[in-house]
Structure formats: C-alpha cells, structure tokens
Design a protein. Structure first.
Length: 66
C-alpha cells in the first residue's frame, strides 16, 4: 500500500503522530510503502526519519485539507 491508497482512518492515525519515530512506527505497522519523493527527501539528510516525517505531514495536510 502506498500513500495514495490510504483510507481516511489511516490518514487520521498518521496525522495524529507527534514525533518522527511515532510516524515511522505507524507506517511500518500499516505496511505503507513510501513514494520515491519521500525517499528523495532523505538523500543527503542528516536525519532521514525527520525528513520522511515532514514529507508525510505535508502530504497528509494536503489530503486532509488542513
């Protein structure tokens, strides 16, 4: 499953994550595959978990309209 196929419940659960570690744990638990754009955000970064967290939060903000 990728981000475009998330259910409303999954999006809410991911959006409720307050830390990068919590978000990564939920992504793993849900079996969500990160898109290449999220992985590109990690390239060359010092903290890959934080980069993925920021990418997913921006994505969810757009999808949830918040």
């Amino acid at each position: 499953m990728n981000l475009d196929n998330l259910t409303d419940d999954q999006m809410v659960r991911l959006n409720e994550c307050d830390t990068p570690e919590e978000l990564m744990s939920q992504i793993e638990k849900e079996g969500i595959e990160l898109p290449d754009e999220a992985l590109d955000a990690v390239a060359g970064g010092i903290n890959p978990t934080a980069a993925i967290y920021q990418f997913v939060k921006r994505y969810l903000s757009k999808r949830l309209g918040s």
